[in-house]
Design a binder for this molecule. Structure first.
Ligand SMILES: [Zn+2]
Length: 116
């Protein structure tokens, strides 16, 4: 476990309003910074928790190369940060998939309704 990872875990445990124990209240499963699960990114943590610790924030930015990377979007559904593959992309991979499925189901329903 890296020092950065354990510091993120500690800050999330102390300061993140959506963390309960090791679990995340916004997303299913453990906090993305819970050290045992490995290091990831969380839009809520980056916006609302991380700025409280500027030195950790800059180490975090270096780890994820945030300054040089403009292609990071925040998911319109769950708030997670993700790598944008197009300018129109509004959701992270996970939510984009379920949004697509929802739209497909809706148009299927419409199509069926017209046939009757
Ligand atoms: Zn999402």
């Amino acid at each position: 476990m890296s020092k950065l990872q354990s510091d993120l875990d500690r800050l999330a445990a102390e300061s993140c309003a959506s963390r309960a124990g090791n679990r995340c209240l916004l997303l299913p499963g453990n906090c993305i910074y819970f050290a045992a699960t490995g290091i990831g990114r969380c839009g809520y943590f980056e916006r609302s928790v991380l700025p409280a610790d500027p030195s950790l924030q800059s180490r975090y930015a270096a780890q994820f190369q945030l300054e040089s990377d403009q292609n990071i979007g925040t998911c319109a559904s769950c708030g997670t940060s993700y790598e944008k593959r197009s300018n129109r992309q509004k959701y992270c991979g996970h939510c984009g998939e379920s949004e697509r499925r929802k739209r497909k189901a809706a148009s299927e329903r419409q199509r069926r309704a017209k046939q009757v």
